[in-house]
Write a protein that binds this ligand. Structure first.
Ligand code: ZN
Length: 603
């Protein structure tokens, strides 16, 4: 029998309260400590989940016990011979993939939000009982979706589950609601999609498309290390996010991202959603099993530092869209369009000249996860630039070894290493392994790409694949670049070098380095009201910037807080920060073959 039992009660949907009862049958002899995690694996920010515990009490058989709080997330119970019983309530009102959310429509939780860690018992199996809701009439159609191992459950899934240790216990999110669902198989292994929220999605189409993506990833790694896999999707009005787990993933999306019954084409939003699913599924090998050595000893009490997040999020971001084209869900042109947009995103941040990928990984806790108005000028994304480094590395391997080696081979070698040793990878592990597998000396490449801040030689590398990369000014504020048949002719317009907050008013969210706004003294939060005496909103700003001769300064009026200020601003021409990719029609046969082997390796 497990030493630790957790009982979860759907206590009060209207107050958003889960009730948790823990039985510890053999508490530590010198007093029992209990802790809540400070963060959830996969999301590198201190969230202090203990803040949502609103009541906690303890008892032994027939006697209540005093609890001492030792620090923000640790409690100490007195020395006690008999079993310990702890009851606490958890407030759950964060509709995200990282936490817990409970109301009259559903209950969703991650174990990191609900389960106290029982010190000294972390490596022992535990039992979780999900109790049937009291108000049976309202909840009669609610059912449970989770990858926790069932021991004894009713047809709705309520009942007893088991986890082999605390790390396992907190790595299986749980959705309880009258969700929609569909199933498919990959290599004989059952997969389920569970969808919460009001939507009219074509579930069989979604299942078919996800099956192709999953097959693609399983083909890359050579096997599929799960007995069952679950996609938990929350469809809301607006949202986009995902979090990986060892046998499942949680996804948050807009209901408009999903394919409707009557929809034939793949919308941009649906392709982006498939990319997100592809990303989280890839993680089941890459970060949930292959992972940095330092993640093996993580206690979730404080930050864990690694310079390898670019390896786990960057390489995963590279393969997420690549799997869509390799599995035939999108064509080459569509894939290159997505790639061009990633390049544009990276090239629009001057922060890439100040922060290396290694530093971006290391400081994720205080920078990438805590982005402010200066983020584009100060940091680089280990997702987006990491994906471009993975691309550059893949192409270098393909070109320099004349097709003998590529990044797929490196991923398979990483996977073999994990299966043979079960250990995490050292901070220089990927660099060493890539050089071993390829036989190439890549020290200069890694120094520049990972620890340096120079731009990557993508134009040269893509040309060897028969693809032209061209940077040009943006056509308008919505222009993210893309794939073209012929080079676009775009004349550079006047721009201020700002980003606006969403909405109809022209309120500055970001002031970009070396732009006209920064040179003139405009700041984040400024509410622009007039240019040359004419009222401004977010829709007519571009037009008003381009109405006169470009060498003449514009008079701008704005509110900073409640103070009216006036500035003379000389707009600057839009920089060439927008990426356009084009297939070179007369590319030589070697380049064309390389491109086919890269994007359609099955052919
Ligand atoms: Zn990820």
């Amino acid at each position: 029998m497990a030493d630790i039992h957790y009982h979860v009660t759907l206590l009060s949907p209207s107050a958003h309260i889960f009730g948790v009862h823990i039985s510890i049958f053999h508490p530590n002899a010198e007093g029992q400590r209990l802790s809540m995690p400070a963060w959830i694996p996969g999301s590198y920010m201190i969230r202090d989940f203990a803040r949502n515990i609103v009541l906690i009490q303890a008892a032994t058989t027939g006697q209540s016990l005093k609890i001492a709080k030792l620090n923000k997330h640790t409690w100490l119970l007195p020395v006690c011979d008999g079993p310990l019983y702890i009851d606490y309530q958890v407030y759950a009102w964060d509709l995200s993939v990282r936490s817990a959310h409970f109301d009259t429509t559903h209950a969703y939780f991650n174990g990191t939000s609900l389960f106290l860690r029982v010190h000294g018992h972390e490596h022992k199996p535990c039992l979780v009982e999900l109790l049937t809701p009291q108000d049976e009439q309202h909840y009669s159609c609610w059912k449970v979706a989770t990858t926790l191992t069932p021991v004894c459950v009713n047809p709705q899934g309520f009942g007893r589950y088991t986890a082999f240790d605390y790390a396992d216990l907190i790595d299986h999110p749980v959705e309880i609601s009258p969700f929609s669902e569909t199933d498919f198989e990959v290599r004989g292994i059952p997969h389920k999609i569970v969808l919460y929220g009001r939507q009219r999605a074509d579930l069989s189409r979604l299942g078919g498309d996800l099956q192709q993506i999953c097959e693609q990833h399983a083909r890359l790694f050579g096997n599929l290390p799960v007995d069952y896999y679950l996609f938990l999707i929350m469809a809301v009005n607006e949202g986009h996010g995902g979090l990986e787990h060892r046998d499942s993933c949680s996804l948050l999306c807009s209901r408009n991202d999903l394919p409707r019954i009557d929809m034939v084409e793949k919308t941009e939003e649906y392709i982006r959603f498939l990319g997100l699913c592809s990303h989280e599924y890839f993680h089941l090998w890459h970060v949930k099993r292959i992972c940095p050595e330092v993640f093996r000893q993580q206690s979730l009490m404080q930050e864990v530092y690694t310079r390898l997040l670019w390896v786990f999020e960057g390489i995963t971001s590279y393969y997420d869209d690549l799997a869509l084209v390799r599995s035939g869900l999108i064509d080459t042109k569509c894939y290159l369009g997505l790639l061009a947009q990633t390049i544009t995103r990276v090239m629009r941040g001057a922060g890439r000249f100040k922060q290396s990928l290694a530093d971006s990984s290391f400081d994720a806790w205080i920078k990438f996860y805590k982005q402010d108005e200066n983020a584009p000028n100060a940091i680089v994304s280990y997702y987006a630039k990491g994906a471009l480094v993975a691309l550059a590395l893949d192409l270098i391997l393909r070109i320099k070894t004349e097709g003998r080696c590529n990044l797929d081979e490196v991923m398979r070698a990483l996977w073999r290493q994990y299966l043979e040793t079960g250990t995490g990878i050292a901070e220089d592990g990927l660099e060493q392994l890539t050089q071993e597998v390829s036989g190439l000396d890549l020290r200069n490449f890694f120094d520049q790409a990972i620890r340096g801040t120079e731009d990557l030689p993508l134009a040269t590398l893509l040309r060897e694949m028969g693809i032209e990369l061209r940077m040009r000014p943006a056509r308008d504020s919505k222009d993210q670049g893309g794939m073209v048949d012929e080079p676009s002719v775009v004349s550079a317009k006047n721009v201020l070098g700002i980003r606006l907050q969403p909405g109809t008013e022209a309120v500055i969210s970001h002031v970009l380095d070396e732009g006209a706004a920064q040179r003139s003294g405009l700041a984040s939060g400024d509410f622009i009201i007039a240019i040359n005496g004419l009222r401004v909103n977010s829709a007519n700003l571009e037009q008003l910037l381009n109405q006169g001769p470009s060498e003449e300064p514009l008079q701008m009026h704005l509110f900073r807080r409640d103070e009216l200020l006036s500035f003379d601003v000389l707009p600057l021409s839009a920089p060439a920060d927008t990426c356009e990719l084009r297939l070179i029609s007369d590319a030589d046969a070697v380049s064309q073959l390389r491109r086919i082997q890269w994007l359609c390796p099955g052919l």
